[in-house]
Design a protein around this ligand. Structure first.
Ligand SMILES: [Zn+2]
Length: 114
């Protein structure tokens, strides 16, 4: 049986194969100190692997897709809650949109408590 996901903007459908967690790091030389004191930004985001009808596998951000069907049954037919886990881990600050460190809700850039 399969889990069917749908891309929120394009409405394209695909089979969900698995889930993962992606991390990134960006290093830019600072304006005054160059590579001696570079500006480093890093973060993480949830990703899922999907496949299309031809079997092509792609990784997409989990926030860009939603599950619409599990084992041939639409998700709204299951006895599950609506809008669960309101205290989920955020990957970016709500105030300045900078990446949050994993498991830390206070932004290290603007000190906003997410
Ligand atoms: Zn912030």
């Amino acid at each position: 049986m399969a889990i069917i996901v749908q891309h929120i903007f394009s409405q394209e459908r695909a089979i969900l194969l698995g889930t993962g967690y992606g991390t990134f790091t960006g290093i830019m030389p600072s304006l005054w100190w160059g590579k001696v004191s570079p500006r480093v930004e890093s973060g993480s985001l949830g990703v899922v692997s999907i496949c299309d009808r031809e079997g092509n596998i792609k990784w997409v951000r989990s926030i860009d897709v939603k599950v619409i069907e599990v084992d041939g049954k639409p998700v709204n037919e299951y006895a599950i809650s609506k809008n669960t886990f309101s205290n989920e881990l955020k990957s970016n600050c709500s105030a300045c949109n900078m990446p949050l460190k994993l498991g830390i809700s206070k932004c290290s850039h603007c000190h906003f408590e997410n």
